[in-house]
Design a protein around this ligand. Structure first.
Ligand SMILES: NC(=O)c1ccc[n+]([C@@H]2O[C@H](COP(=O)([O-])OP(=O)(O)OC[C@H]3O[C@@H](n4cnc5c(N)ncnc54)[C@H](OP(=O)(O)O)[C@@H]3O)[C@@H](O)[C@H]2O)c1
Length: 263
């Protein structure tokens, strides 16, 4: 059965965004997919059209460039696309001591994880408010709940996403627009490679979840209208427990988890 709603997914070429695209296509949404890799997006779009008979528009863009969010919005406006659901999923991290990470990588995370997410939310919110209907899902992380030595900027960007999303959900509670903050824990995607965190305790010994399961949790949270959802019971317990533990202890454990191990 055709679904007349359109979802825009950022970071759809890999990992969680790729799985979100499959879930929305299964339920016959029209899709707008963006990421930097045009060929990967086109391949995914072909697959979704073939398997689910859905409309898919691909807009390859580097959201790490300050003007890209506006370009994306303008392009969907020009094409007459009403975005009913915005999934702000694109994001990346970089591991290492802050002082040793090239500054452009720190800025890059802030640009993508914070600035692009904020601007896209602001841009697509306008038409949603006019229609008194819409959904926004911001992908944060369990990293949002505590400081993260050896990934300081990444953890801080996700704390921003959590705080921003919960506040916005409250502001919009009578507007017809719903905001969901989705917090995955460690998940097997391409994230680890780019973040150079494949050898961390977190990814080597603490059983990361698979992307399909995590995306399904996010999709359910969005459809159920949750303001905050943490994927996986273990991740939920950890995120909740840090609220009652001394900050110094939480930070020390966070560092231990992020440290590389040799096996
Ligand atoms: N994996 C985890 O352990 C984990 C845990 C918690 C939260 N998260 C969050 O989940 C979200 C998805 O991450 P993932 O694990 O699925 O990572 P992933 O497999 O690396 O996928 C990231 C997606 O973002 C896109 N992207 C990266 N830089 C971009 C840019 N400058 N402009 C536009 N698109 C860009 C990538 O495509 P291109 O390379 O083609 O641009 C890709 O489609 C992120 O916000 C991440 O912080 C991940």
């Amino acid at each position: 059965m055709p679904n007349h709603q359109t979802v825009l997914i950022t970071g759809a070429s890999a990992g969680l965004g790729f799985e979100f695209a499959h879930l929305f296509a299964r339920d016959h949404y029209k899709l707008v997919l963006t990421a930097r890799s045009g060929p990967k997006l086109n391949e995914l779009a072909e697959q979704l059209r073939r398997e689910h008979n859905v409309q898919v528009k691909v807009i390859p863009l580097d959201l790490g460039l300050p003007q890209a969010s506006q370009t994306l919005f303008d392009e969907t406006q020009r094409a007459g696309i009403h975005v009913d659901i915005l999934v702000n999923n694109a994001g990346y991290g970089m591991s290492g001591e802050f002082a040793r990470i090239p500054l452009e990588e720190s800025y890059g995370q802030i640009q993508l994880n914070i600035l692009a997410l904020t601007l896209l939310t602001r841009l697509y919110l306008g038409p949603m408010l006019e229609r008194r209907s819409g959904k926004i899902m911001n992908v944060a992380s369990t990293a949002a709940f505590q400081p993260g030595p050896l990934m300081a900027v990444y953890y801080a960007t996700k704390a921003y996403v959590l705080s921003f999303s919960e506040a916005l959900a409250d502001e919009l509670r009578h507007s017809g627009v719903q905001v969901t903050c989705f917090c995955p824990g460690a998940t097997l995607t391409e994230f680890q490679k780019r973040a150079q965190t494949e050898n961390s305790r977190l990814f080597k010994s603490l059983s990361p979840m698979d992307a399909k399961t995590v995306a399904a949790d996010g999709y359910r949270a969005l459809t159920e209208g949750k303001t905050l959802a943490i994927s996986g019971l273990k991740n939920w317990l950890v995120a909740e427990s840090v609220r009652f533990a001394p900050r110094k202890l939480v930070t020390a454990i966070s560092r231990w988890v992020a440290e590389p191990i040799s096996r």
